[in-house]
Structures are given as structure tokens and as C-alpha cells.
Design a protein around this ligand. Sequence first.
Ligand SMILES: Nc1ncnc2c1ncn2[C@@H]1O[C@H](COP(=O)(O)OP(=O)(O)OP(=O)(O)O)[C@@H](O)[C@H]1O
Ligand SMILES: [Mg+2]
Ligand SMILES: [Zn+2]
Length: 315
Amino acid sequence: MRLIDLFTAPDRHLILFGGKGGVGKTSIAASASVFTAKRGKRTLIISSDPAHSLQDIFEQPHIGSGKVERVKGIDNLYALEIDPKEVLHDYQHYLDEYPEYKLLLGDNFESFPGSNEGFGLLNIIRMYRYENYDRVIVDTAPTGHTLRLLSFPDFMKTSMMRLIRLRHALGSFAGKIANFFRRKKKDGEMPEKDPVELLEKIRQWAIEAREWLIKPETCFIIVMIPELLSIFETQRLIKELQHYNIQIGGLIVNKLFPSKTDCEFCRAKRLVQDQNLQIIHQKFAQFHPCEIPFLTTEVHGLDILDKLSQFWLHV
Ligand SMILES: Nc1ncnc2c1ncn2[C@@H]1O[C@H](COP(=O)(O)OP(=O)(O)OP(=O)(O)O)[C@@H](O)[C@H]1O
Ligand SMILES: [Mg+2]
Ligand SMILES: [Zn+2]
């Protein structure tokens, strides 16, 4: 399937962009969102980058954290930035209320690898379910590390079993210990939620997120640059995505220096890139690598995003 088909076909809903830092994920995801919005598809672009990257790339400061905003100057385009740390903050709050859970899992969720970005991703998928968009484009960095969130339900299950066993072992004494540790609310009431119930709820979210990610209408586009380190990272990412049965929709090689030029520096750069491109086309042939040149302009604003989309969506 060609990349353009992913964005024009009626049955593709959730498209995630991932890859190593700085390779162009946000730029390319944003260009995709401009492309689909211009073709009349109600599009939501989400970024879990705490650096407010969407605000900058669309040059629209009203795009803020935690709320869907309309992108001005174009129809059908909506943007949402979420700070994964903020998402985690909610969960941390629950943790503080349930000391017995804390005893088992450590002080915070961050002790679970990949949880920080992972919770961002989980929340994205939960929110997406409630909104009605033709396309949801996600700019995030689910490297192998973040994708470990997908093993979160199993991790939760083990923790819950431990919690239940601990309660059985301690009998009614457990309740007294818990109450002793448990921070009282302002009005002196105990929190009414059962920690096991809460764990089960979070586990269900994680299971749902996993189900969304492996749906046939979901796919993942890998962005890379023609450098050895990016090749290694891409190899790991592909393995991880395949392990979780997440479809890979394509591969974009960004920031190519010109091949025909009088500039000595550019020629030398391109020579190295060409060697790596050869490896890329050999190793990743099945994902039909598509190339984007290094633009002379900085990537921000609707016009340049539109122009960028033409390089890889061939219009
Ligand atoms: N094809 C391109 N030509 C010129 N500049 C580009 C191109 N693609 C991206 N850039 C520039 O490279 C920088 C990094 O791009 P971008 O922010 O999209 O990468 P990213 O993968 O989202 O980075 P991060 O991992 O930090 O979120 C930006 O300054 C952007 O303007
Ligand atoms: Mg980015
Ligand atoms: Zn040059």
C-alpha cells in the first residue's frame, strides 16, 4: 500500500508517527494532518510532546495543553497537546491515597519502564474513542521503550494478585494497616474507592489501548534519517511493533541532501547518506521507504507544511 492511500482510504483512522528524536516526526505528522484536512477529512492531530511542538509548528499559541483546539486558517483541522507528565500526575494522586498499592509498586508509576510516555499514549487512545474524527494523527515517540506499556496489563495483573494475596494473608488486620497509612481527606472521610478496583480500571484502559493499536484501521509510520544510528533504532522499533502486532504503514527517510549540487559540503554529506540509503532500501524494502529532501526553509506554518506533504504524499 502506498503512503497516500493510508491518508485517503476511508477506513484508516488512527495513524501514529514514531522514530528517534529530531528526525522530523512532528513536522511530517503535521504535514499529514494538513493534507487530510485539506481533503475534507475531519482531522485531529495529537502530540504528547511536552515541548508544545504543535503550538510552534502551526504558529498558533492558543493550541495549549489538554484541550482540543481548532487550527486557524484551515478547515477540518483540530490539534491537541497533552503533557504525559500531567496525565501521570492524576495517577500519582491515586497512588498517594492508596499506601498499600504504593508498598507494592514503589512510589510512582515511573518505576514502570515506558510508563511516562506510555500513559500519554493510553490517554490519547481513550480520548480518541469519544470523539468523532475521520483521521486521528498522533505525533509521539513510541520507541520500543514506550511500547512496553502494551505489556502493562500483564504487569498490573501480577500486582493485583499480589495485593489480593497480601490482603488475604493479613485478614482484617490489612484494613487497619491501610487505614493507618491512608491519608485522610479534608473532611475526615476515607477515600471510598477500593485500590483493587482502581487497579482493575487502569488495567482495562491499558487493555483497550492495546486493542486499538492492533486494529486493522490503525497503523504506524516510522520516520528516520539516513544515518547509521537511526537505522539501528528503526530496526529495534520494527521488531517491537511486530512483536505487538501493530501494523507498519510505511517508512519515511527524511532530510536528504541534494544529489546534484556544486556545493562540496552537501556533496560529501550526500555521499555518506547514499551509503546509508542503500542499507535502508535493502533492509527495509518491504516497508517501501520514501524520501524527503532537506528543505532550505524551517518547517512551520500551514504553507510550508502543505509543501512538505507534497514531497511524500506526491500530489
Ligand atoms: N525535511 C526537512 N527539511 C528541513 N528541516 C526539517 C525537515 N524535517 C524536519 N526539519 C527540522 O528539523 C527539526 C526537527 O524536526 P521535528 O521537530 O519535526 O522532529 P521530531 O522528530 O518531532 O523531534 P523530537 O523528537 O524532538 O520531537 C525542526 O527544526 C524541523 O523544522
Ligand atoms: Mg516532535
Ligand atoms: Zn551545500
